[in-house]
Design a protein around this ligand. Structure first.
Ligand code: NAD
Length: 308
């Protein structure tokens, strides 16, 4: 198994929510890290290539000889934004991935890990989502991630690159203050004494996975050299109502709920089959309430700041 100590790794999107945790884990394991992102990474030990990865010059500055892996996290991450701007989402999520894969091939980088999503499979009702289901994405976000996965498959098939697409569930954890997903919305509501809107009756099932479990999966993809898709989640789905209860328990705030009509395309259930990841050695460590407790301090701090 390749060791991370002394390895050279490029992390695109390394200044983002998941990226910062991945970079911290890589540094702790002794890796030398380059981050390519729109904003610089704050750690002095990291070399930052600051710029837009749609620019070929930025990509060329990021990928160099001697890299042991590319961990590609930079993307348009919002489903809503992808619906508003499908063409722009294609550029960032597909063209940038294609450009990075090509540079990785030219520079003989042996490993490439892509942050993908379970949204590539679309709505399968309550059927557990494993790697074997057909790809039927329902949004430009899901479609561009599916397209990126296909490119990885080709580079693995033809050039022997170890190319792995980790299909993340809904990720939560420390470092989400800038995000607009449901967990930070709950935390902002608790901190601000307001409530949240819930689509439908809140019984829709989702898999929420802690960011440190995601980091574990990224390191595992590196260590095992696995190629192809790997579904990564907590392996335990909860309802949106359960999530709200966990947030109330952790924050002590009432977080009132306003129920609004479910949006078209709202999935009734996301149930993940993580047995492939488990067979590689993956074992999620966070249970929902304990995990949510790791998110709250940054938001609680905000309340304190606002009161000063
Ligand atoms: N957070 C989740 O729940 C979740 C779920 C499934 C998949 N993912 C995937 O994981 C990855 C990381 O997500 P995140 O939650 O950390 O998002 P994030 O928005 O916090 O981080 C993304 C980073 O990519 C950078 N970036 C975006 N476009 C760029 C560009 N054109 N050039 C250079 N840098 C650019 C941003 O500056 C940001 O730092 C993404 O690929 C996302 O699609 C996330």
């Amino acid at each position: 198994m390749p060791e991370l100590d002394g390895a050279r790794v490029l992390v695109t999107g390394g200044s983002g929510f998941i990226g910062r945790r991945v970079v911290a884990a890589l540094l702790a394991a002794g890796a030398e890290v380059v981050v390519a992102d729109l904003s610089a990474h704050p750690a002095a030990a990291v070399r930052s290539v600051v710029g837009d990865l749609r620019d070929p010059e930025v990509r060329r500055a990021a990928v160099s000889d001697g890299l042991d892996a590319v961990i590609h996290l930079a993307a348009v991450t919002s489903v809503l934004r992808s619906v508003e701007d499908p063409a722009g989402t294609y550029q960032v999520n597909v063209e940038v991935t294609a450009g990075l894969l090509e540079l990785a091939r030219e520079h003989k980088v042996p490993r490439f890990v892509l942050a993908s999503t379970n949204a590539v499979t679309g709505d399968v009702g309550g059927t557990p989502i494993g790697e074997q289901l057909p790809l039927r994405p329902l949004t430009p976000y899901g479609a561009t991630k599916a397209a990126a996965e296909m490119l990885l498959s080709a580079y693995s098939g033809v050039y022997g690159m170890q190319a792995c697409a980790l299909r993340f569930a809904n990720v939560y954890g420390p470092g989400m203050r800038h995000k607009d997903s449901f967990v930070p919305r709950l935390m902002r509501a608790a901190a601000g004494g307001t409530g949240v809107q819930v689509y439908g009756d809140g019984t829709q099932l989702r898999d929420y996975v802690h960011v440190d479990d995601i980091v574990q999966a990224v390191l595992l993809a590196w260590r095992t050299g696995v190629s192809g898709p790997v579904v990564v989640g907590s392996g335990h789905s909860v309802s949106v109502n359960d999530l709200i209860e966990a947030a109330r328990e952790v924050t002590g705030a009432p977080i009132p709920v306003e129920r609004v009509a479910a949006k078209a395309g709202e999935m009734p259930a996301v149930v993940l089959d993580i047995s492939h990841a488990r067979s590689l050695g993956y074992g999620p460590r966070y249970e929902l309430t304990d995990g949510m407790a790791t998110v709250w301090p940054e938001f609680a701090e905000q309340t304190g700041e606002a009161a000063e």
